[in-house]
Design a protein. Structure first.
Length: 336
């Protein structure tokens, strides 16, 4: 099978097209013919590795391979068709159209993948294409986790979303409004994306290239930084008493504070980070997102659809830091 091979750490040039043996599903797994995948910031961080400090670069290499990557391909998100099921699988049938994530197991940048039937995989939304379905899980599940489970939105909050035009941000604007209909959302991104984020439901807009929102006379109950560009201590300037700073990609200073947990200079304001636990429980999150999508309340934003042979260009787009929504990759045309 064709695959985008990841044989060495580096930049987009480290990704080369090649072939791998088609995987064989275990008893509890399904074999999926991948029609579409994506390149996420998670894939990009492993590639470099691109992390906040040398220390965490070493940690990442210990996890994923010291001198060279332990996995043969990257790729978390996917959408495709079940072509084979293991002997113990009852939840899926051959021919089911599905989507999901391999998370840190990776392997979605290939024509076929295997995944445990009880992991993060469900039938795809009926009103979405394969390409659209392949760009739901990373931004959707992550922002659902931060806004529902970490921030515990209830209603009426004043929320700032930094990096509002990216994958996490575009989902976060919509999810915040779905979880907390009376909330006020301020989207922070570049001016060229103002119309897009306002159309997604943002109430206010700040162009970060012109205004440093942390130095303005503003107050937010929740600040969700999706891109690791705002530190907790700067955020405290515009956090209300008891406010929550959600760090999807913590800065070096934020990581130090979390490790030391020793500074109370911001009083009751809290720094909150982490990652959603991907697994069996993720199915419920995917079903939640799917229902919103099928009800017409949630959509995905795709910056560019790349041909599989040009997947390195998708990595370059993510590396640029100016991706609008998601970088989708078409592995197999839907009418094939």
């Amino acid at each position: 099978m064709k695959a985008a091979l990841f044989t060495q750490y580096g930049d987009a040039d480290s990704i080369e097209m090649g072939t791998l043996d088609k995987p064989i599903p275990e008893k509890n797994e399904v074999l999926v013919k991948v029609f579409a995948t994506s390149v996420t910031s998670g894939d990009w961080r492993i590639l470099g590795p691109n992390v906040p400090s040398c220390f965490f670069g070493c940690v990442m290499r210990c996890m994923f391979g010291c001198c060279s990557p332990s996995m043969k391909t990257l790729g978390q998100e996917f959408a495709g068709v079940v072509t084979e099921i293991g002997a113990n699988v009852t939840e899926f049938q051959v021919g089911d159209e599905v989507f999901g994530t391999k998370d840190v197991q990776f392997g979605a940048h290939a024509e076929f993948l295997t995944i445990a039937a009880d992991f993060a995989i469900i039938r795809k939304p009926s009103n979405m294409s394969m390409v659209e379905s392949a760009t739901i899980t990373f931004g959707g599940v992550t922002s659902l986790y931060f806004l529902r489970d970490v921030a515990k939105l209830e209603g009426g909050e004043n929320i700032a979303i930094n990096g509002a035009s990216g994958s996490l941000g575009t989902f976060a604007i919509q999810i915040a409004k779905l979880l907390s209909p009376n909330c006020k959302v301020t989207a922070i991104c570049s001016g060229k994306n103002e119309r897009m984020v306002m159309d997604l439901g943002a109430d206010e807009f700040i162009d970060y290239t012109k205004t440093d929102f942390t130095k303005e006379n503003l107050q937010f109950d929740v600040i969700y930084d999706t891109v690791g560009k705002v530190g907790f201590y700067d955020a405290c300037n515009v956090l209300s008493s008891g406010g929550k700073f959600l760090a999807a990609a913590p800065t070096c200073g934020d990581i130090g504070k979390m490790m030391l947990n020793s500074c109370n200079c911001c009083g009751s304001k809290s720094l909150m980070s982490g990652t959603p636990e991907i697994g069996n429980g993720t199915k419920a999150d995917l079903e939640c997102l799917k229902k919103w999508i099928e009800d017409g309340k949630l959509k995905t934003i795709i910056d560019t659809e790349f041909a599989f042979d040009n997947i390195a260009e998708a990595f370059r787009l993510v590396d640029s830091g100016h991706k609008r929504g998601n970088a989708a990759v078409v592995v197999i045309e839907e009418n094939s």
